[in-house]
Ligand binder design. Structure first.
Ligand code: SF4
Ligand code: SF4
Ligand code: SF4
Length: 182
């Protein structure tokens, strides 16, 4: 990407409210009008802090200052090989406190919806499935995204889930894994 493009859109972000779709359209629309937009989509392969913009725009705007990593009270932001911040929810959950977004000087973290893009998967070892005696993850979920019935694994309403990882952190037998859905 030419420096002029990045500077232009950074300026836009500072002065106007621009939707993610609008930013993408503006960022790539002038390159080749006839090129389908989906060819420009960059698939996110690692989790980013919860208000990261679409991957190509995030990578373009992030200046690797590490302010988000340093301020995160949950210590779930770590440094990736791409010299950009990544989310690691293996040992803690994201409290969705918003401090990383507030600390980010470039608006790389400025999406309207805070979502890590992780979603939980529940294994067959789920205690409720085996014995009907556990509702821990359902009770812990701050978004009320989980429901459970006798002797079944929890059911996820993905539209309510923000990928915080608290269900995984609360499951004391390790029956919850997180997958990146992008
Ligand atoms: S929202 Fe808060 S807890 Fe989550 S990654 Fe950002 S600073 Fe850390
Ligand atoms: S605070 Fe923003 S610009 Fe700095 S490393 Fe984090 S995402 Fe990148
Ligand atoms: S990741 Fe967070 S919001 Fe989503 S189901 Fe688990 S606890 Fe609920």
């Amino acid at each position: 990407m030419a420096d002029r493009d990045e500077l232009y859109y950074r300026s836009c972000l500072e002065h106007y409210h621009v939707s993610r779709r609008g930013l993408f359209r503006g960022l790539f629309g002038g390159v080749k009008k006839s090129q389908p937009q989906q060819q420009m989509t960059v698939i996110r392969t690692v989790a980013r802090p919860p208000t990261a913009l679409d991957e190509a725009l995030f990578v373009a705007l992030c200046n690797s200052c590490k302010a988000c990593e340093q301020i995160c009270p949950q210590q779930v932001i770590e440094w990736g090989n791409d010299n950009k911040p990544q989310l690691n929810l293996d040992y803690n959950h994201c409290s969705q406190c918003g401090q990383c977004q507030q600390a980010c000087p470039t608006k790389a973290l400025s999406a309207e919806k805070a979502d890590t893009e992780y979603r939980p998967l529940f294994s067959a070892g789920c205690l409720n499935r085996v014995s009907g005696q556990c509702q821990t993850c359902v009770e812990q979920c701050p978004q009320q995204a989980l429901t459970i019935h006798d002797n079944q694994q929890p059911q996820l309403d993905s539209s309510r889930c923000d990928g915080c990882g608290l269900c995984r952190a609360s499951c004391y037998i390790g029956a919850v894994t997180l997958r990146l859905v992008g």
